[in-house]
Design a protein around this ligand. Structure first.
Ligand SMILES: Cc1cc2nc3c(=O)[nH]c(=O)nc-3n(C[C@H](O)[C@H](O)[C@H](O)COP(=O)(O)OP(=O)(O)OC[C@H]3O[C@@H](n4cnc5c(N)ncnc54)[C@H](O)[C@@H]3O)c2cc1C
Length: 391
């Protein structure tokens, strides 16, 4: 997006990427539907950026409606789902990336794959490792858009952080966001239920900023919990883990029934039925939901209907850590805002701009990540164009 903003002002742009092709994480994000942005009330939308005022300004300037228009210009209509999630009509990222690359090339942009940036040489030239040996470049301005530090196999390995730190640029350590979490499951749960979704549940945790809650679904993994609602609560869980060393995630298995109604159903005589059958028939709790109840008690379930109803409405899961950083959907940390001016240029390195996930911001899944990457890319590209015009 930075390249497009520069090229739109008649500036010749070279894009260097370490990988054999560009946009690999963008393509991966589109594997199960590229959720590129989110159409919702503007204040709610901006609140997703967690009080980050500078980022909010950028997504105000280039947000959901601008992204929709931009896609339309590329011949890819946007489709907005019932919850406001915005996708390309075909869902996948590849047609959009293809059309975008064609347009960039038509604007004179030149792609240089297999060029791994290695910092600056003594004369200030950019240094690249390529299969044909070392290459240098001396552009009028540089936009770094090197990504976060997860899914290394797609290119974003975070190795750039030490190159910038070596130049005195302030960076925050990388941390996982929108990630899976670890729980001490019994062998029974680990063996029988990995990959099983818990649909339409209510989840909450008491994070550093109070209770965070969501109505969503999530998946049981061999190591713990992942996906959907877990990503929504990931910042709160990460905060609680940092504060207390462990965190408790609560699950309401029957969010549409109150405790009294559940207890009343459970109080009906069960005759010779097992507790499992009684739960299945009276309140439709079975399979992975039943297994979670047993995980919570470590054995038999409470016999009293009221106590069992209470447990169903708030099953505690002890979270012991985060899944590995490399598996996170996004990462926090990177170049801190105070190292950047209003045009995303590094204060200490005139002519060098930053964009995307490499800047230290955070947002939930739901299209907010790519939106912020596009918005900061546009802002950095425009900043670089202004810089070039001035110098
Ligand atoms: C599985 C998955 C699903 C996702 N789904 C969504 C979604 O639906 N919606 C959403 O909003 N977000 C989603 N995300 C997050 C989103 O994809 C990222 O936030 C976004 O791609 C980050 O964009 P970026 O341009 O900042 O960095 P990246 O996309 O990571 O690109 C960084 C580029 O820099 C290159 N690079 C790094 N170091 C060097 C170097 N030294 N020299 C040269 N090149 C280098 C890399 O090769 C890479 O091409 C998903 C992420 C994952 C992993």
């Amino acid at each position: 997006m930075a390249a497009e903003a520069l090229a739109a002002r008649g500036i010749t742009v070279d894009i260097y990427d370490a990988m054999p092709s560009v946009g690999r994480k963008f393509l991966m994000a589109g594997k199960s539907g590229l959720n590129i942005s989110h159409a919702e009330d503007r204040d709610v939308f901006l609140s997703r950026y967690r009080g980050d005022a500078r980022l909010a300004e950028m997504v105000k300037a280039f947000g959901p409606s601008e992204i929709m228009e931009w896609m339309q210009e590329l011949g890819i209509p946007a489709h907005t789902g019932p919850t406001g999630r915005m996708f390309p009509e075909m869902m996948k990222a590849s047609p959009l990336l293809r059309a975008w690359l064609v347009r960039l090339q038509e604007m004179g942009t030149v792609l240089h794959p297999r060029h791994r940036w290695q910092g600056w040489d003594d004369t200030g030239a950019l240094m690249f490792d390529t299969p044909d040996g070392a290459v240098t470049a001396t552009p009028d301005a540089t936009v770094l858009a090197l990504g976060g530090a997860s899914w290394k196999r797609l290119g974003s390995d975070g190795a750039w952080a030490s190159l910038l730190a070596g130049k005195g640029v302030a960076t925050a350590p990388f941390g996982p966001s929108n990630c899976g979490f670890l729980a001490d499951w019994t062998d029974h749960l680990k063996e029988k239920f990995p990959g099983d979704p818990l649909k339409s549940v209510r989840l909450w945790t008491d994070g550093v900023h109070g209770r965070q809650e969501t109505r969503s679904e999530f998946v049981i993994t061999e190591r713990g919990v992942e996906s959907g609602g877990i990503y929504t609560l990931s910042a709160a869980l990460v905060g609680a883990l940092a504060r207390d060393g462990s965190a408790t995630l609560f699950v309401d298995l029957l969010p549409d029934m109150d405790e009294g109604a559940i207890a009343a159903k459970l109080a009906r005589p069960r005759g010779k039925q097992s507790m499992a059958n009684h739960l299945r028939k009276s309140v439709h709790v079975s399979g992975v939901k039943l297994a979670l109840l047993h995980e919570a008690t470590g054995g038999p379930l409470p016999a009293e209907p009221e106590a069992l109803a209470q447990l169903i409405k708030a099953v505690p899961i002890r979270i012991t850590g985060t899944a590995p950083l490399d598996e996170a959907i996004s990462t926090t940390g990177g170049v801190v805002w105070r190292a950047l001016d209003d045009y995303l240029m590094l204060h200490d390195m005139p002519g060098v701009f930053c964009a995307g996930e490499m800047i230290d911001w955070d947002a939930p899944t739901g299209g907010y990540l790519i939106t912020a990457c596009l918005a900061t890319g546009k802002a950095a590209g425009e900043g670089a164009a202004t810089w070039i015009a001035r110098t």
